[in-house]
Design a protein around this ligand. Structure first.
Ligand SMILES: O=C(O)CCC(=O)C(=O)O
Ligand SMILES: [Fe+2]
Length: 321
């Protein structure tokens, strides 16, 4: 029996991928998704819920009145803003149902070979026009890469609606944090700006082109934490792009926000996360044991312990040109 010498690397991104999956019980479909994620950083699935169509329609109907459409049409659209509703699972059972879908959670857990749990939902009725970024900047883990997103289409999505864009293969690049771009957490404005500069340069240097996700209703795209992705320019102001993203972490990690952290200055912006399935807080852990609360408090210091997952960096309002 193969004993994985790197349990702190997601199986899907491990140098021991072949040996891990040769010995695992995963089915053909799961293995094929794992291979696509490993190679491209993303994979497309049919959302595994027999009642998906009805649920998607109900969510659209129920959330419609919660967005400030008037303001968005007047100024938001031109400014590259989006309409978004964070953590609607707290009051909408269908949003919760999508986020806690047991088949999706099993798929992710099999692919990473660690238990997945959802921690945040975002519901979008229109394109986000959000600058491309890696989610590992917003939601990181120690060890790194134990996070992913599942983006699900609630309607057929066309090119003019500002679809999701992503750079296949970019997940294989290193994860860059403050020390690499020579900034400190205390210098917030500069930090945000410099990550954007880095991403643009990385893409240019690699000479890779983005792909666009123009799915049918019910298709979902899974991305790995370091895949560069964002929202394309919405060229048709009347188009909608109803969708839900659920972000997942995996158990046995510490959860933190790198741009707000300088570990070598003793500052770590820990997050106190809640598992949407259980409604319970999840302990920050390191190599098999919990991180003491006193340490979390002192390391978080001015970075302040996050009570819940939030998008901490203001999305950079610049669409992909
Ligand atoms: O839907 C989009 O345009 C991007 C969403 C995104 O980046 C995220 O949820 O992590
Ligand atoms: Fe993202």
């Amino acid at each position: 029996m193969f004993e994985n010498p790197l349990p702190g690397v997601p199986a899907v991104e491990s140098p021991f991928f072949d040996a891990i999956f040769r010995n695992s019980q995963v089915d053909e479909h799961t293995l094929s998704i794992a291979k696509q994620l490993r190679e491209d950083g993303f994979a497309v699935i049919e959302f595994p819920d027999d009642e998906f169509d009805r649920i998607a329609d109900e969510i659209r109907h129920d959330l419609h009145g919660r967005y400030d459409w008037e303001h968005w049409r007047a100024t938001g659209y031109e400014a590259g803003d989006s309409l978004r509703l964070q953590d609607a699972f707290k009051f909408n059972e269908n949003v919760r149902r999508i986020a806690t879908n047991a088949k999706v959670i099993k798929l992710l857990s099999d692919v990473f070979q660690r238990q997945a749990w959802p921690f945040q939902t975002l519901n979008f009725p229109v394109g986000t026009q959000q600058h491309f970024h890696t989610d590992s900047v917003h939601f990181s883990s120690m060890p790194e890469r134990f996070m992913c997103g599942v983006w699900t289409a609630f309607e057929d999505i066309s090119q003019d609606a500002g679809p999701l864009v992503y750079y296949p293969g970019s997940h294989k690049w290193p994860i860059y944090t403050n020390e690499h771009i020579a900034v400190r957490a205390t210098d917030k404005a500069k930090t945000v700006h410099q990550y954007g500069v880095l991403w643009r340069n990385l893409v240019e240097q690699a000479g890779i082109e983005p792909q666009r996700f123009t799915p049918r209703k019910g298709q979902a795209l899974i991305w790995l934490s370091n895949l560069l992705h964002g929202g394309d320019k919405q060229s048709n102001p009347n188009a909608t792009r109803w969708s839900q993203v659920t972000h997942y972490y995996f158990e046995g990690c510490s959860y933190y926000t790198p741009p707000h952290s300088d570990p070598f200055l003793g500052r770590i912006a820990f997050r106190q996360m809640t598992n949407i399935c259980s409604g319970k807080p999840v302990e920050n852990a390191y190599s098999g044991a919990p991180v003491p609360l006193a340490f979390i408090r002192s390391a978080s210091g001015s970075a302040s312990l996050m009570g819940r997952a939030k998008t901490l960096l203001h999305p950079i309002k610049r669409f992909i040109s």
